[in-house]
Design a protein around this ligand. Structure first.
Ligand SMILES: Cc1cc2nc3c(=O)[nH]c(=O)nc-3n(C[C@H](O)[C@H](O)[C@H](O)COP(=O)(O)OP(=O)(O)OC[C@H]3O[C@@H](n4cnc5c(N)ncnc54)[C@H](O)[C@@H]3O)c2cc1C
Ligand code: SF4
Length: 509
C-alpha cells in the first residue's frame, strides 16, 4: 500500500522503528513552512538550526536508501501550511495511506487530527523518544491533589534502574541539590571554543530573501549548534568527558565572561530528537561507574534529574493540562514586556547580560532564565502571554511543551502551583551570591530604596505585599510574610513607593 509518512522538524529520531525497513511503497515527507517560521518571532539561529538539521536528516535517509520528499521554504509548490502541503503531496503521489508520529505540540496535534477529515487511511504512531507516554503523569497522580516532581522522579529512577542499588538510590540519597549551589571562581571559567562550526550562509540568505522576521544575530559561517547526529554525539561526548565533573558544582552559577559554563548545551539536540534521553542518561551514568572519584554523585545525579525528572515531568504536565494551561494567569499580571528584552539596552547589569547572550547565542542557562529574566518579569507583573512569546522565540531549544511549562509554570507561577510549590523570586542578594553581575552594575545591590537602589529589592517586597491574599497561606512562604510584618511601617512605605516608581518607569530601568 503506497504510504506517505510525515516527519516534523522536531522528529529527527534516526533510531525510530519506521526506518528499520526500506520499502519502495513508503515515502517520507519533510517540509519547511511559513506556519512554523511565523507562529512566533524566532531567533535566527533557531530557524537555521531546525532547517539545517531537517535537511541533514533528509539526506541521511536518502543515503540509507529511503525515498524522501523535501519541500524547501522557497519551493514554488510550497503552500506554507501543514494540511495544504500534505494534501497536495498525497494527491499528487497517489498515496493510499498517511502516517505521522504523534507531535509534541498541542497546535500541531490539533492540525494533524484534522487531517483525518481530509484524507482516507490516516494513522499515528509514537515518536519512540520520551521515557513516558503522553498521559503517564496524569495517570501517575490521578486522585492526588497536587503533582510533585520528586515522587515522579523517584519512580522513574526505579522504572529505568538508573543510579539504583537494588531498590535503594545509589549513595543512599535521592537528591544532591544542596551540594550544587556554588558560585564560580575565575580560575574555573572555561570560555570554550566551539567543537565545530557549520557554514549556513546560503540558508541564512534564503531566509532573508523570503522575508522571515527573526530576532538575535548569527554569523552564518560560524554556526555552533549541532545540525546532525554526528555533531550531536560530539556535544554529548564533550559533556561527559570535560564538563560533567563540575556540572553540578556550578549548575546555578552565572558569570559575565562565560555564557555556557559547565552546562551541556544538549537541549536542542534532545528536543529535535537527534539524541535520545536514555542515551544521554546512560552515557552519564556509565561515566559515574567508571570513575566515581572524578564524576561524583552530586554531579551525575544533578544532571540525570534534569532529564529523567524535569524534562519528562514537564512534558507530562503539558499533556495533562493543555489547552487551558496556555491561558493561566494566577496573579492576573497584565504589564507589557519592557522593550529592553529585545535589545539588552538596560542599566540592570544582570538583565543586560542575560538578554545580550540570548540574542547572541539563542542560549541562556537555567538559572539565568529562572532567577534573572524570569524573576524580574514575575516581580514586575508582566503578562505571562508576553513572557511566553519571548521565551518561545529567543531560545534555540524552545518548543511549546517544554517552554510553556517552564515559563508560565516554573518561572511565572501563572499556573498557581502545578509545576512548582512556590514562586521563584529573589532580591539582589541571590543574584549577587551566584554571579559577578552586581559588581559591574549602576544599581546598588544593598539598597532597597533611594538613589540607584537595585530594582529587584523593592519589587521583591512589592510582589509579596500585593499578592498576600494568594500566597500568605503557602507553608513555604510564611516566613517571608513574618519578616515583612516585622518591618517598621515607614520602611515598608518607602520600599513600596520605590517599587511603584520603578514600575511606572519600567522602560527606563
Ligand atoms: C523560564 C524558562 C524557560 C525554559 N525554556 C526551555 C525551553 O524552551 N526548552 C528547553 O529545552 N528547556 C527550557 N528550560 C529549561 C532549561 O533552562 C534548559 O533546558 C537548559 O537551559 C538547556 O541548556 P543545556 O542543554 O545546557 O542544559 P543543562 O543545564 O546542561 O541540562 C541538561 C538537560 O536537562 C534538561 N533540562 C534541564 N532543566 C530542565 C527543565 N526545567 N525542563 C526541561 N528540561 C530540562 C534539558 O534537556 C537540558 O539539555 C527553561 C527554563 C526556564 C526557567
Ligand atoms: S544590582 Fe540589582 S540590577 Fe544590578 S546586577 Fe545586581 S541584581 Fe541586577
Amino acid at each position: 500500500m503506497k504510504t506517505l509518512r510525515l516527519i516534523l522538524g522536531d522528529q529527527l529520531n534516526a533510531s525510530h522503528s519506521w526506518y528499520k525497513e526500506k520499502s519502495s511503497d513508503v515515502t517520507y515527507l519533510l517540509m519547511e513552512m511559513r506556519q512554523e517560521t511565523d507562529y512566533v518571532q524566532h531567533h535566527i539561529q533557531k530557524v537555521l538550526g531546525f532547517f539545517a538539521a531537517m535537511r541533514a536528516f533528509a539526506e541521511a535517509l536518502r543515503a540509507a536508501g529511503h525515498q524522501v520528499i523535501y519541500i524547501k521554504l522557497d519551493d514554488k509548490k510550497n503552500k506554507q501550511g501543514l494540511e495544504e502541503n500534505i494534501q497536495a503531496v498525497f494527491e499528487e503521489g497517489d498515496f493510499i495511506h498517511f502516517e505521522y508520529q504523534l507531535p509534541d505540540e498541542y497546535r500541531l496535534d490539533q492540525q494533524l487530527k484534522s487531517i483525518g477529515e481530509i484524507l482516507p487511511n490516516v494513522s499515528a504512531i509514537d515518536t519512540e523518544h520520551f521515557l513516558t507516554h503522553r498521559s503517564f503523569l496524569a495517570d501517575f497522580f490521578n486522585g492526588k491533589k497536587t503533582y510533585l516532581m520528586e515522587s515522579f522522579y523517584r519512580a522513574m529512577r526505579k522504572e529505568y534502574d538508573i543510579l539504583m542499588n537494588d531498590k535503594e538510590p545509589e549513595g543512599g540519597k535521592w537528591n544532591y541539590d544542596k551540594e550544587n549551589r556554588n558560585s564560580i571562581p575565575k580560575e574555573d571559567l572555561l570560555q570554550e571554543q566551539p567543537l565545530f562550526v557549520n557554514d549556513l550562509t546560503e540558508l541564512a540568505k534564503m531566509l532573508e530573501e523570503q522575508g522571515i522576521q527573526t530576532i538575535g544575530s548569527v554569523e552564518g559561517k560560524h554556526y555552533i549548534w549541532p545540525i546532525n547526529r554526528k555533531q550531536a554525539r560530539q556535544v554529548l561526548q564533550h559533556f561527559v568527558q570535560v564538563l560533567l565533573p563540575k556540572f553540578g558544582l556550578y549548575q546555578d552559577a552565572m558569570h559575565t565572561d562565560d555564557p555556557f559554563l559547565y552546562h551541556a548545551r544538549l537541549s536542542f539536540a534532545l528536543n529535535t530528537k537527534m539524541l535520545h534521553p536514555l542515551e544521554v542518561i546512560q552515557a552519564v551514568e556509565k561515566a559515574y561507574y567508571e570513575n566515581p572519584a572524578l564524576n561524583t554523585l552530586p554531579q551525575v545525579e544533578g544532571f540525570i534529574r534534569q532529564i529523567l525528572g524535569w524534562r519528562e515531568y514537564m512534558r507530562g504536565v503539558y499533556w495533562a493540562k493543555m489547552p487551558d494551561y496556555a491561558t493561566l494567569n494566577f496573579f492576573g499580571h497584565e504589564r507589557k514586556l519592557p522593550a529592553y528584552f529585545w535589545t539588552g539596552d538596560t542599566q540592570m547589569n544582570c538583565i543586560k547580560h542575560a538578554v545580550d547572550q540570548s540574542l547572541q547565542h539563542a542560549y541562556a542557562h537555567h538559572i539565568q532564565r529562572l532567577m534573572v529574566t524570569g524573576n524580574f518579569l514575575l516581580l514586575a507583573g508582566i503578562d505571562p502571554a508576553e513572557v511566553d512569546a519571548w521565551y518561545l522565540g529567543i531560545y534555540i531549544d524552545a518548543i511549546e511543551w517544554v517552554e510553556i511549562t517552564n515559563t508560565r509554570g516554573m518561572s511565572q507561577f501563572a499556573d498557581g502551583g502545578i509545576v512548582g510549590t512556590k514562586p521563584y523570586v529573589s532580591s539582589a542578594n541571590y543574584i549577587d551570591k551566584m554571579s559577578n553581575y552586581c559588581s559591574g552594575c549602576k544599581y546598588d545591590k544593598k539598597k532597597k530604596y533611594g538613589k540607584d537602589a537595585c530594582p529587584f529589592n523593592s519589587l521583591y517586597w512589592h510582589f509579596y505585599d500585593r499578592n498576600e491574599d494568594k500566597l500568605a497561606k503557602n507553608p513555604r512562604i510564611g516566613m517571608m510574610y513574618r519578616t515583612w510584618e516585622k518591618m517598621q511601617p515607614e520602611e515598608k512605605q518607602k520600599i513600596l513607593r520605590q517599587a511603584e516608581e520603578y514600575l511606572s518607569n519600567i522602560e527606563t530601568l
